[in-house]
Design a protein around this ligand. Structure first.
Ligand SMILES: Cc1ncc(COP(=O)(O)O)c(C=O)c1O
Length: 387
């Protein structure tokens, strides 16, 4: 297995990157905001991209092997049996979510989300798809974590204007991984109330060893009025290459096939398809190493917070690399990201943009080296006056 040296990652080299994480702020700021990772690209992906460049192979995508690669990855990873006819490429998860909303609901319909949640959900539902947001906030666990509020979801499903749930599973920013029994309950309620489910599972390949991701469609079954959006883009850091997958059930497959415009599918990036196939087929050892690093990093943040900013609220995520931090005990204002940028020179995502429950919070990207993460938390502790 080829592995990389996480301790060799340095900010000077990272700052040579042209992607938005490293271009949005000045050289004195450590960027720990948007969900990009600081790790070197997996070698099988780099090789596939280099080979394509060497062939001058930069035309439109043909879908070559994408559906088969996802089918095999889903079978190996989640024991999820997905016929290839139910998978299509789409440019990215967010546009896939938007199209899924368009395919399964009507303008003005109510769509449930579970705040605090990935901020573009609000704009996609309201401003792009012109549907209405019905917020069913996540419930809190006795340990301070988050969980889907099933009784509140049941009540919302019964509302006449509600026609869909936009599930974020695993959940961004809390890192909650809904369990099989919760998903079974949601599927049962959705079926009873005629509510469609759109499941954004972009973070699923990054589920930590402490949890088990369950694909919603695997639970809901062939007859479910549901679509899922999946991608290799978060787990292997390929967001700029523009390739995600929409997955249908037997019931929604004709809708996806006949009503998803071909132009959307053509818009999937060719290099993205090649990279995604390499990721699903050969990216396993790299992903295993990354999950090990992220598992260590989420624990490191717990230790660092306990030592340097003990009144910060933090429950380790069960998936992905985003730490949802409650800084309100240090009174840094409604949006603590402002203070952290000014005083700590650390860029994190602003909690209030995640909707209800975001006040006093920030989202910290932990996909970096332990040394950089340590510097970040030290600086945060100083800026909060906690150290
Ligand atoms: C839950 C969730 N959905 C969608 C996206 C965006 O994915 P894409 O770049 O494929 O649109 C992200 C990005 O972090 C995300 O966290």
């Amino acid at each position: 297995m080829t592995s990389f040296d996480v301790d060799a990652i340095d900010l000077a080299t990272l700052r040579e990157r042209q992607s938005v994480k490293y271009r949005a702020y000045g050289p004195d700021v450590i960027p720990a905001w948007i969900a990009e990772m600081d790790f070197p690209l997996a070698e099988p992906i780099a090789r596939s991209l280099r080979d394509a460049i060497d062939r001058s192979d930069t035309g439109y995508q043909s879908g070559a092997g994408l559906r088969e690669a996802f089918r095999d990855f889903a079978a190996r990873t989640w024991a999820w049996d997905v016929p290839v006819s139910r998978v299509t490429g789409v440019p990215d998860v967010l546009s896939g979510v938007n199209w899924a909303i368009c395919l399964l609901t009507e303008p003005g319909d109510g769509i449930i989300i579970n705040s605090p949640v990935y901020p573009p959900f609000f704009t996609t539902i309201r401003d792009i798809a012109e549907r209405t947001i019905v917020d069913v906030p996540m419930a809190r666990t006795p340990e301070g974590g988050y969980t889907l509020d099933l009784p509140a979801l049941e009540a919302a499903f019964a509302r006449p204007e509600v026609t869909a749930l936009l599930l974020c599973s695993p959940h961004n920013p809390t890192g909650t991984v809904p369990g099989r029994s919760e998903l079974e309950r949601i599927a049962e309620l959705a079926d009873r109330h005629g509510v469609a489910v759109i499941s954004d599972e972009i973070h699923a390949p990054l589920t930590m060893p402490s949890a088990q991701h369950t694909p919603y469609l695997a639970v809901a079954g062939d007859d479910a009025n549901a679509l899922a959006l999946v991608a290799a883009s978060k787990a292997w850091n390929l967001a700029g290459l523009k390739c995600a997958q929409m997955v249908a059930t037997e019931r929604t497959a004709p809708v996806m096939r006949d009503r998803l415009p071909k132009e959307v599918v053509y818009g999937t990036g060719h290099l993205g398809v090649l990279a995604t196939v390499a990721a699903y087929a050969e990216g396993g050892p790299w992903l295993e190493q990354v999950i090990g690093i992220l598992d260590g990093n989420r624990r490191l943040v717990a230790d660092l917070v306990a030592e340097h900013a003990p009144r910060v609220g933090y429950v380790m995520p069960d998936a992905s690399y985003l730490a949802w931090l409650d800084l309100s005990a240090y009174s840094p204002g409604d949006d603590p990201s402002v203070v952290l940028l000014e005083k700590a020179h650390v860029a994190v995502n602003a909690g209030p943009t995640f909707g209800q429950g975001g006040t006093g919070h920030v989202r910290l990207n932990m996909a970096t080296s332990p040394a950089i993460l340590t510097t970040i938390v030290h600086r945060m502790g100083d800026a909060l006056g906690a150290r």
